[in-house]
Design a protein around this ligand. Structure first.
Ligand SMILES: O=C(O)CCC(=O)C(=O)O
Length: 272
């Protein structure tokens, strides 16, 4: 069997896993030799630019305004082929956030990601159509383990006809029967259907758990509600009275630093 065919089968298998279980893990997307610098670099940028976030979590929205050191790994063919299978040839990057769970981070609420989270102004109501409409990727810069809070997920929950944010505003902190921590090595990337139930896990170690979360949308999904000052944002915030994530826009010079192939995927966030 030729190598190309084997490779295609592997991507197809990962796509199959993602469709049936709601998630898959791509191994070694960032080479081992690059991890330590990247990790330190992203920790520093996140610390210096941190935004409002839950206790002990450092968070930066649109990390690429401050630090683009991870951007070139978005060109990895394993990743791009999988995203194309999920969302089609023409997709966009909807979010790039660094998330650092400091020692002592406690377990978070079960939720589905934007645009499925009913607590956000821009959301699709459940029951959802059975289609992949948004993808979340979690880039592990630290090892992810049970102890340091590898993301909690509930396999197959993307097929549920409801989600934990459907019924009440109360935190949903329950331990669920089939929940699991995602584990992996630095450089691995967890890829999941954004409908999958997931939650922040407790970090019981003395080291921060460092990650970058990059989300993808098909070309046809409207991201305007995420843009500061947009008419769509004003309309939905006013009519729902719910909060919404905001993506700080790129200046021209920040945008120009992006790898050429990434620019069309983020052009919607260029301040013009
Ligand atoms: O940090 C994690 O492991 C999970 C983060 C998360 O739930 C989210 O960004 O939606």
């Amino acid at each position: 069997m030729n190598v190309l065919l084997l490779y295609q089968m592997k991507v197809e298998n990962q796509f199959h896993d993602l469709k049936s279980d709601g998630f898959t893990i791509l191994k070694k997307i960032i080479p081992k030799s690059a991890i330590n610098n990247l990790k330190e670099n992203i920790y520093q940028s996140t610390f210096s630019n941190k935004m409002k976030s839950p206790d002990k979590i450092l968070f930066v929205a649109n990390l690429f305004k401050h630090n683009q050191s991870i951007a070139k790994y978005l060109l990895n063919t394993k990743l791009t082929n999988l995203i194309k299978l999920c969302l089609g040839e023409h997709h966009k990057i909807s979010f790039v956030s660094s998330i650092i769970n400091e020692p002592g981070t406690s377990r978070g609420k079960w939720h589905t990601d934007w645009p499925f989270n009913r607590h956000n102004a821009g959301h699709i109501d459940s029951p959802y159509p059975d289609a992949i409409m948004h993808i979340t990727t979690v880039w592990m810069l630290s090892e992810f383990s049970h102890e340091n809070g590898g993301t909690l997920i509930l396999p197959k929950s993307h097929k549920n006809s409801f989600n934990p944010t459907s019924y009440s505003k109360d935190p949903i902190l329950l331990n669920l029967d089939n929940e699991m921590n995602v584990t992996g090595d630095p450089g691995d990337v967890l890829v999941f259907d954004s409908r999958l139930w997931h939650a922040t896990a407790s970090n019981l170690t003395n080291d921060p758990r460092i990650s970058v979360i990059i989300r993808f949308a098909p070309w046809w999904l409207n991201l305007d509600v995420l843009k500061p000052g947009s008419r769509q944002r004003k309309f939905l915030l006013n009519s729902t009275k719910l909060p919404e994530n905001v993506i700080p826009l790129f200046t021209k010079s920040e945008f120009n630093y992006l790898p050429d192939k990434i620019k069309p995927l983020m052009i919607q966030y260029l301040n013009m």
